[in-house]
Write a protein that binds this ligand. Structure first.
Ligand code: GDP
Ligand code: IMO
Ligand code: MG
Length: 431
């Protein structure tokens, strides 16, 4: 029995993880965010109503589910409160069933200023971050100087530590980056009322999860970002600052691998990437227009246009290995409706030597590859909202079958629209 399920992105984020987490959490008791922060944007569409979550786990829309923001997540208290209020405006009351880890690092004003200052200085070499302070907050954690949620519980100590850290940041912001400074007293003044709001939610979330496991409860672990934005396995330096692959789920929660019963990788039926960095199958033609418009490919966090491309099965195979995936979920199949032909990239060649290369390692290697494609006939029928595999057009079924053949792993879920119910459950993953 697949009791605990992990949902991970297999591309560069925005694969539709939020929708899938929302769908499968209806059969679970807990839903957990494990890494990343409010750089994530997970979109849920329920009865035509669109809700975008950045920090709060997507399964929390089911009102009998308990949400956890675990120790691996970098938390901006202000953005957390904003999101709780946004949900309340939708009649979803999260506060009493949402717990945040006392060990989670905090994102504060100086992280955001540093993120912005760094990107500005990088100029044409900018990463294209979301500007949410994610990188600097994780740097503080690794450097062992960061403030954590538990530090909010002692005002005197908090004030002292803040003064020290802000002093350190202001040196860099002003002297090196020629950026504006920040004032620790203002940060503290704003923080104190926020502490009152989140106080009761602060817990040892690892302990809560271990108790849930002991009580035989079902847990859904929600990945953020995608495998190739991973700090170790992604297209470095054009990555985010956390482990977005399976290791991030384990270190980010304190739950060991034997309790992760099923690891599902979510992939779009094509590819997108927001921000800078390598993207071998990127398109710049009318197909980009089609995918962009039909798929509404604009960032849910920053509103930026997402770059689009064909599905890259070479990278997908890599993601399957890195994450030990049990199966795949394909989303946005309906976006391919109406195309004359569809391509998937099945290998890479080196531009100069025209020899096959298994997988590029450096940014320079990435610049020197050309994708080799297999081409399929498209379909004219509408797949939007289809709920049974047998109702898909033959060409769509063949497309899915070929991906399964190459990746040697089964596609257990097919998403056919943004609505919660637009979905083909090929296999009941909870059984
Ligand atoms: P996440 O970050 O992985 O949760 O994905 P995002 O929410 O950032 O982006 C996915 C977008 O695609 C959202 O606007 C979803 O509403 C939408 N979406 C998800 N699944 C489908 C699908 O099967 N078909 C279509 N047309 N849209 C989908
Ligand atoms: P979800 O969970 C897509 C990208 C940014 C940038 C890089 C580093 O919605 O899939 P950061 O602000 O994290 O330092 O930016 O990572 N990025 C995402 N791209 N989806 C996301 O999250 C992302 N989170 C970060 O665009 O290229
Ligand atoms: Mg997203």
């Amino acid at each position: 029995m697949n009791k605990n399920i992990v949902i991970l992105g297999t591309q560069w984020g925005d694969e539709g993880k939020g929708k899938i987490v929302d769908c499968i959490t209806k059969n679970a008791s807990y839903v957990v965010r494990c890494q990343g922060g409010h750089n994530a944007g997970h979109t849920l569409v329920v009865n035509g109503k669109k809700i975008i979550l950045h920090l709060i786990p997507s399964g929390l829309l089911h009102n009998d589910v308990i949400g956890i923001i675990a120790n691996g997540v970098v938390i901006s208290p202000f953005d957390l409160i904003k999101e709780i209020k946004m949900l309340e405006a939708h009649d979803i009351f999260a506060k009493k069933r949402l717990f945040i880890s006392n060990e989670a690092p905090l994102i504060l004003k100086y992280h955001i200023e540093m993120d912005i200052a760094r990107e500005k200085k990088l100029g044409t070499r900018a990463i294209g971050t979301t500007g949410r302070g994610i990188g600097p907050a994780y740097e503080d954690k690794i450097a062992r100087r960061g403030l954590r949620v538990k530090d909010l519980q002692n005002e005197t100590k908090l004030s002292m530590r803040l003064e020290e850290i802000v002093d350190y940041y202001n040196h860099q912001l002003v002297s090196f980056y020629k950026h504006k400074s920040v004032d620790y007293k203002i940060i503290l003044k704003n923080l104190l009322p926020a502490i009152d709001v989140i106080q009761d939610m602060i817990q040892d979330t690892t302990q809560i999860l271990h108790q849930a496991i002991k009580d035989n409860k079902k847990i859904v672990f929600e990945g953020a970002q995608g495998s190739f934005l991973d700090i170790d396995h992604g297209t470095y330096p054009y990555v985010t600052s956390s482990n977005t692959t399976i290791g991030g789920i384990i270190s980010g929660t304190g739950v060991g691998p034997k309790h992760l019963n099923c690891i599902i990788g979510v992939t779009k039926a094509y590819s997108t990437r927001v921000g800078n960095g390598p993207f071998p199958t990127e398109l710049f033609d009318v197909i980009d227009d089609h995918l962009s418009k039909k798929g509404h490919e604009f960032g849910s966090t920053t509103g930026r246009k997402r770059r689009t491309g064909w599905l890259d099965v070479v990278s997908l195979c890599r993601a399957i290995k890195i994450n030990s995936l049990s199966s795949l979920c394909i989303t946005k199949l309906d976006v391919l409706d109406g195309l004359d032909e569809i391509k998937i990239c099945t290998s890479y060649k080196n531009t100069n030597t025209i020899k096959n290369i298994l997988y590029p390692n450096t940014i320079n290697d990435w610049k020197n590859i050309i994708p080799v494609y297999e081409t399929f006939p498209g379909w004219k029928e509408k797949t939007l909202g289809i709920k049974k595999l047998e109702d898909l057009p033959e060409q769509a079924k063949n497309y899915i079958k070929r991906i399964e053949e190459i990746t040697k792993i089964s596609i257990d879920i097919i998403s056919t629209g943004p609505e919660r119910s637009d979905m083909i459950l090929v296999k009941n993953i909870f059984s």
